[in-house]
Design a protein around this ligand. Structure first.
Ligand code: FES
Length: 118
């Protein structure tokens, strides 16, 4: 699968996410300045759609129980250990927002496990 058109740029709000679906997978789209970020839209705590939370300073806060995630990395702010939420490649073609869910932009492996294997 290649990049898929999922939204228009003007549909993505500044203070929350926009939930879209690709192949039944929920994806949250977030606007940071001129850039759009795409992150799987399921909280790792209990699966709540993160895009319904409050979005500020690159961080979405889950509406269910308050866990925060940086939409650029998929990690909790100031953490880079554990399993991040999958983040995907985004392309803008004019006002068209395209996402490729086969192209992850963050590392799916545990950082600590990777460094301890060295
Ligand atoms: S479901 Fe997101 S913090 Fe509990």
């Amino acid at each position: 699968m290649a990049f898929v058109s999922v939204a228009r740029l003007q549909d993505i709000p500044e203070s929350s996410g926009l939930r879209v679906k690709i192949d039944e997978i929920g994806i949250g789209l977030y606007r940071i300045g001129d850039q759009i970020h795409a992150m799987e839209d399921a909280c790792p705590h209990a699966g709540f759609p993160l895009s319904q939370g409050e979005f500020e300073n690159c961080v979405i806060v889950c509406k269910a129980h308050g866990w925060p995630f940086d939409v650029r990395t998929g990690f909790a702010p100031n953490h880079s250990d554990g399993f991040p939420i999958p983040c995907f490649a985004v392309e803008l073609r004019g006002d068209d927002v395209l996402v490729n869910i086969e192209e992850r932009v963050n590392d799916p492996r545990r950082k600590r496990a990777a460094s301890s294997a060295l």
